[in-house]
Design a protein around this ligand. Structure first.
Ligand SMILES: C[S@@+](CC[C@H](N)C(=O)[O-])C[C@H]1O[C@@H](n2cnc3c(N)ncnc32)[C@H](O)[C@@H]1O
Length: 212
């Protein structure tokens, strides 16, 4: 696994091309995550691993002027794109450079949290910590949605080839299929539901849960 400086440097560089590479190709999974999270006007929502801010901008529109969206990422380059996309509804003060495993945010401050194609970038030993951080910043009853490549279910040709690609070129294909549900369970989330879909033949899970 690359260390954080490598991850930050890679995504700072990638931020210039990220929308071309992954903008529309991954949009169906982002849309599904957004629908499952069901943001409402006036809510306070945090997105961790915000990338170029496609979902954060949609969240900002949904929560409206009485709500708040905080966009967290390790990459300053990605955050600049997010701020540019979000316009006045997501201003710089709400973009936050930080790490998923140690969120620089107050406990219990949010109604909802989401993480899209980011949990599966973390080393195995850090995924549970990131889930605990999501739980920590949520108020009791707050909800989380994690969208991730999935290791569950029947093997698909696309996943087999993707995993080979990931093993050969972990810097380029850095996400890996994981099982999200047990990670959220380990952090104390309840009422967990898994909505499975395919993205270019790759199994993707949209997992939601509540902080008890
Ligand atoms: C694969 S991209 C997904 C971006 C966005 N969620 C999307 O759907 O387009 C992963 C994002 O997570 C960020 N990231 C990687 N490791 C992180 C960490 N430990 N904490 C916070 N953000 C991280 C990267 O900088 C990048 O913006």
């Amino acid at each position: 696994m690359p260390d954080r400086r490598d991850v930050r440097a890679r995504y700072d560089t990638l931020s210039r091309y990220y929308d071309v590479i992954a903008g529309w190709t991954e949009q169906p999974a982002r849309d599904r995550g957004l629908a499952r999270l069901a943001p409402a006007a006036g809510e306070r929502i945090v997105e961790v691993g915000v990338g170029t801010g496609r979902t954060a901008a949609a969240l900002a529109r949904a929560v409206g002027p009485l709500g708040m969206v905080v966009a967290v990422d390790v990459s300053a380059g990605m955050l600049r794109r997010t701020v540019a996309r979000g316009g006045p509804s997501l201003h710089a003060a709400r973009a936050c450079c930080g790490d998923a495993v140690a969120l620089p945010l107050r406990a219990g401050a949010f109604d909802a949290a989401c993480m899209i194609f980011t949990l599966e970038l973390l080393p195995d030993g850090e995924m549970a910590q990131a889930a605990h951080e999501l739980a920590r910043v949520l108020r009791p009853g707050g909800r989380a949605c994690v969208v991730s490549l999935s290791s569950a279910g029947a093997e698909t040709m696309a996943r087999r080839w993707y995993v080979r690609g990931h093993q050969a070129f972990p810097g380029a294909l850095d996400c890996r299929p994981i099982a999200v549900k047990p990670v959220l369970e380990s952090a104390g989330f309840s009422s967990i539901s898994v909505d499975s879909m395919r993205l270019w033949g790759l199994p993707v899970d949209v997992v939601t849960g509540c902080r008890t």
